[in-house]
Design a protein around this ligand. Structure first.
Ligand code: AMP
Length: 404
């Protein structure tokens, strides 16, 4: 089946077309700056094995963006389809499914209403996700649409892991609890790690795995026998690890303290914690780990400290999750930093010999692609595994639409 995977942000539409039988990607693209006042949107289209295309055009909303996506897939130099009839189904990334969705679902009116209801928990993400769903329904009527939620994989967490110790009424009446995000990525890399463990002659099916998704946003999950039992992100994607511009865990009393000390509003503090903190806030250099490493090499001590705080937080959660699962069989690094930054991996894994982790420096520093990072005598192994969220969305969409 050919499945079109769509991921909409407030001013962007990302797409990728898969042939699910072979898991081949036929084309991918990004339409950015949708609805920019007085400016043009930019379309980037990458047909597999052919030259990329980049062009500007007026795109006022997601429906026009979806029209352009279908046009470029079927016409002109970047054409990969003879007709839209070849698309069997559309899979949508949806950020927040609240407690309503523990798996992916075929989208109908009731599902749309539910996603809308959960918008209060993800006001920046669910509304544009819905815009994308509606745009695809307008432009490609009568095709099945499937929602794949970032939160779904974490719905297996036990109550002791997801309840905050605040009055229960906030959970009961407002849904204030830990939900977790990046679920599709954690699911993919945990599943791959279990397969790789099995290939090594270990018990992949029952393995205790910590997955570290370290990218622009960073989160970790504790996965036991394929099920998520804890994760670092919470009600929102602000909790947990240090990120590019997000603080991760802080003492909640810092908020009223800053409000009083600096006369800041809650909105201003929220913006500081989400957009001016993390690597950027600590280093004063950048939110991008590549820039941090350059600054470290130039002797910038604030950048080195930002790096250390980042890695130490990850290492601390590895220890916490090893305790939560009663031991640890594998640690997985994925996403932009996790897949590419050997120094981050090396610092995180330092001092984890007590868990049976023995790093193979050559594999860590010089290897490429999905691989083992530890020596054969390691009781607990570490892997780099490239995340493939779009492929998971395509697989799950196909499974739902073919009734599997
Ligand atoms: P992602 O959100 O997974 O696309 O990851 C984006 C982040 O990965 C960027 O902000 C960078 O900080 C980081 N990144 C990407 N490539 C590298 C690299 N070669 N070395 C270190 N960090 C990288």
């Amino acid at each position: 089946m050919r499945v079109l995977v769509v991921n909409c942000g407030s001013s962007s539409l990302k797409y990728q077309l898969f042939e699910t039988d072979t898991e081949e990607s036929l084309a991918s693209g990004l339409i950015e700056r949708i609805g920019q006042n007085g400016g043009h949107a930019v379309v980037h289209h990458r047909p597999q094995g052919r030259a990329e295309m980049h062009y500007d055009m007026e795109i006022p909303d997601h429906t026009v963006a979806a029209e352009e996506m279908t046009r470029v897939l079927c016409e002109g130099d970047g054409k990969v389809l003879d007709s839209l009839d070849e698309i069997g189904a559309i899979g949508h990334r949806v950020v927040h499914g609240g407690e309503d969705f523990a798996t992916s679902v075929l989208i109908d009116d009731a599902v749309i209403e539910c996603i809308q209801r959960n918008s209060s928990l993800a006001p920046l993400h669910n509304p544009p996700n819905l815009d994308g769903i509606r745009a695809c329904m307008n432009v490609m009527p009568n095709k099945p649409n499937v929602a794949v939620f970032d939160t779904a994989f974490h719905q297996t967490m036990p109550r002791r892991a997801y309840l905050y110790a605040i009055p229960r009424s906030f959970y009961r009446e407002l849904g204030v609890r830990r939900y977790g995000f990046h679920g599709t990525s954690h699911f993919y890399v945990a599943t791959r790690a279990a397969e790789m463990l099995t290939d090594m002659g270990r018990d992949g099916a029952n393995a205790r795995i910590v997955t570290c998704h370290l990218g622009n946003g960073c989160s970790m999950a504790a996965v036991k026998a394929g099920k998520c039992i804890d994760t670092t992100m919470g009600l929102t994607p602000l909790e947990g690890c240090v990120m590019g511009t997000r603080s991760g865990d802080i003492d909640p009393a810092i908020i009223p303290f800053l409000a009083q000390a600096r006369g800041l509003s809650f909105g201003e503090i929220d913006a500081i914690l989400n957009k001016e903190s993390g690597l950027l806030g600590l280093s004063g250099v950048s939110n991008d780990m590549r820039d941090i490493q350059v600054a470290v090499r130039e002797g910038n001590t604030d950048a080195e400290e930002a790096f250390q705080v980042f890695c130490y937080r990850v290492r601390k959660y590895v220890g916490a999750y090893a305790a939560a699962m009663g031991g640890l069989d594998a640690i997985v690094f994925t996403a932009g930093i996790g897949e590419n930054d050997a120094r981050v991996r090396s610092y995180v894994l330092e001092d984890l010999q007590f868990l049976g982790v023995h790093v193979d420096s050559d594999a860590n520093n010089n290897g490429r692609g999905d691989r083992l990072l530890t020596t054969p005598d390691s009781r607990c192994v570490a892997f780099v595994i490239g995340t493939k969220e779009e492929l998971v969305i395509a697989r799950q969409t196909e499974a739902i639409c073919s009734g599997a």
